[in-house]
Design a protein around this ligand. Structure first.
Ligand code: FES
Length: 309
């Protein structure tokens, strides 16, 4: 089993480097070939080590019952000596010294498990063969485009500006994630859909227009007090929406970063280092809220190459 575990780790590495993560989202139960293969191989590697250890203790170690009496929590010297002796006896019974093949294959299997963790670090670097797939590029653009309607995130209905009251906060999403015959957007699937859903999430709030502190160059990004920001915290990327309507502060539940939505979503408390990106808004001829463009800066958690985007 330990030997098989090592084989699965090797298969994991082979799958990681050979399987395409592109358009094959439906290879197995709605999962892509790469996702399914990585999950199965790493899962099997771990499972086989676990099952192997259980098997070893059941089949190779002696099987006699032990009764242990309750005693005070602090151990006496005598107890410690007894425990140590019991541990030594256990080690002796397990045959760890006498069964080098089993022991060494277990140690090798556990050691080899470190390789997937190291290999996965490669994803942190820009991909030389597909520069558009590097983390900075992936976060720099979202599915939002000029004229795309804002829709309610769970049900996908478009939002009319006159439906929002002062003090409201609406969790919203891009209309492209709810394709219909009328809107003509193409259906996304699998990982691509999930990624765009995560990156495109927004919050829309309405406040008294006089309370909004103007930000240079963004004078026409809000309409009649309706203003829109990314829902993804700039600390490490939790979704936020705990809104206090009197102060216009929105709080991230993960580490309590607090952003002032009336003042360019600046950070007023907590570990986040930059404001929430703002989505420029407009209203279409039917009175529905639409985006003027994509976000103008990367959304989500900060990262070290961010300034290069
Ligand atoms: S993720 Fe929001 S404060 Fe840490």
């Amino acid at each position: 089993m330990f030997g098989l575990s090592m084989v699965f780790v090797i298969l994991f590495l082979v799958a990681y480097f050979t399987l395409d993560i592109g358009d094959n989202w439906d290879t197995f139960a709605g999962l892509g070939a790469s996702t399914a293969a990585l999950g199965v191989t790493l899962g099997m590697a771990l499972l086989l080590i676990g099952v192997g250890i259980i098997h070893w203790s059941r089949k190779l170690m002696s099987d006699h019952e032990i009764v242990e009496m309750r005693h005070p929590a602090a151990s006496s010297e005598e107890d410690r000596a007894t425990t140590l002796a019991a541990l030594n006896a256990g080690a002796e019974e397990s045959g760890i010294g006498r069964r080098p093949l089993v022991r060494n294959s277990l140690l090798s299997a556990v050691g080899l498990l470190g390789l997937p963790a190291v290999v996965l670090l490669r994803d942190l670097y820009p991909n030389a063969t597909a520069p558009d797939a590097s983390p900075p590029e992936l976060l720099a653009r979202t599915i939002w485009t000029k004229g795309m309607r804002l829709v309610r995130d769970a049900i996908g209905t478009p939002i009319r500006i006159d439906e929002i009251e002062v003090g409201d906060l609406i969790n919203a999403a891009p209309e492209a994630l709810f394709p219909t015959e009328e809107n003509g957007y193409e259906e996304l699937h699998g990982a691509e859909k999930e990624v765009e859903k995560a990156k495109g999430a927004i919050i829309v709030v309405r406040m008294d227009p006089d309370e909004i502190v103007p930000v240079d160059g963004r004078e026409d990004w809000s309409i009649e007090g309706v203003i829109c920001y990314s829902k993804i915290c700039t600390h490490v990327g939790c979704p936020i929406s705990l809104y206090e309507r009197t102060t216009h502060h929105v709080l991230c539940p993960c580490h309590q970063s607090t952003f002032d939505l009336a003042d360019g979503a600046k950070v007023v408390f907590g570990p986040a280092a930059r404001p929430l990106p703002q989505l420029p808004l407009a209203v279409d001829e039917e009175g529905y809220l639409v985006a003027q463009s994509d976000f103008t800066e990367p959304i989500g958690a900060s990262f070290w190459e961010r300034e290069k985007v």
